[in-house]
Write a protein that binds this ligand. Structure first.
Ligand code: NAP
Length: 270
């Protein structure tokens, strides 16, 4: 469904603040975003809401931040539902998805964004660090997608976007657990795309490079300098920039794109 009820023009005040036009092109759509209390997920939630979607804001540890995001979304005049669940917990995740479906009637757009990292060299890595990252970053995507896929199939419409990482493509010393989970999402994305194309459900992955969020804030200065020196565009990405790409994939104009891994990394990996 595409309605262009309102068209707002806003000029960017700094490079990277790319919200140039805002069509209400997602009016009537319902989006569920995992990990929408911070960083990329927060920006995706705001972006989809600005484009008219009703939004379910999933969070786990950050209720205050989730409420702040939800308040901002309400101010755009669209419906919002903050929903708490550890996406690594299948029962809690299914309950959460059911709550969203009960409230909004369906989920049209699923953004599997929530993720964590517990970094250490492999020869020092604990089983807990391995398990936790795989449980949230990979099994969490299973849990949430499994909870919404059948209603999506019945309705014959869906957009699923998995947030993976450049680290799944290049590897990164100290992140074997994170890289394993993120590269697993590539195969999962393509298989899901194949299985669900006949139901008009597209499934794509977005692979960001290094983006300015809480996750990258703790990178030590010397490593940050090294990363920056290798990024052709000379800076880290902004979560708003990732949100723009996710927003495009979530919309009607992306209806012929499925099974793709789309990079947004300043040229760090080509
Ligand atoms: P972030 O700022 O740390 O945000 C992570 C989000 O995930 C938070 O909203 C957090 O919510 C949520 N989350 C964590 N564990 C959860 C759980 N068990 N259940 C539900 N939600 C959970 O990180 P970010 O940089 O925005 O990362 C978002 C995604 O992008 C992740 O998948 C990450 O791997 C990926 N990514 C990031 C970068 C980067 O450079 N930043 C690069 C490539 C890919 P609570 O705080 O409420 O628990």
């Amino acid at each position: 469904m595409t309605t262009t009820a309102t068209r707002i023009i806003k000029f960017a005040s700094r490079p990277g603040e790319l919200i140039a036009t805002r069509d209400r092109d997602l009016s009537g759509r319902v989006a569920l975003i995992s990990g929408a209390s911070h960083g990329i997920g927060r920006c995706v939630a705001l972006h989809l809401a600005q484009h008219g979607a009703s939004v379910a804001v999933n969070y786990f540890n950050s209720p205050d931040e989730a409420e702040t995001v939800s308040e901002a979304i309400r101010s755009f005049g669209v419906e919002v539902l903050p929903v708490c669940a550890d996406i690594g917990d299948q029962q809690a995740t299914t309950q959460m998805a059911n709550e969203v479906i009960e409230e909004f009637g369906r989920v049209d757009i699923l953004i599997n964004n929530a993720g964590v990292n517990h970094d250490s060299y492999f020869h020092q890595m604990s089983h807990e660090a391995w398990d936790d990252v795989l449980r949230i970053n990979l099994t969490g995507v299973f849990n949430l997608t499994r909870a919404v896929i059948n209603p999506m199939r019945q309705r014959g419409y869906g957009r699923i976007i998995n947030i993976t990482s450049i680290v799944g493509q290049t590897g990164y010393a100290g992140q074997t657990n994170y890289a394993a989970a993120k590269s697993a999402l590539f195969g999962m994305t393509k298989s899901l795309a194949l299985e669900n194309a006949d139901r008009h459900i597209t499934v794509n992955a977005v692979a960001p490079g290094f983006i300015e969020t809480r996750m990258t804030r703790t990178i030590p200065d010397n490593i940050r300098e090294d990363i920056l020196s290798r990024i052709p565009l000379g800076r880290l990405g902004r979560p708003e920039e990732v949100a723009q790409l996710v927003g495009f994939l979530a919309g009607e104009r992306a209806q012929y794109i499925t099974g793709q891994i789309i990079n947004i990394n300043g040229g760090l990996y080509m």
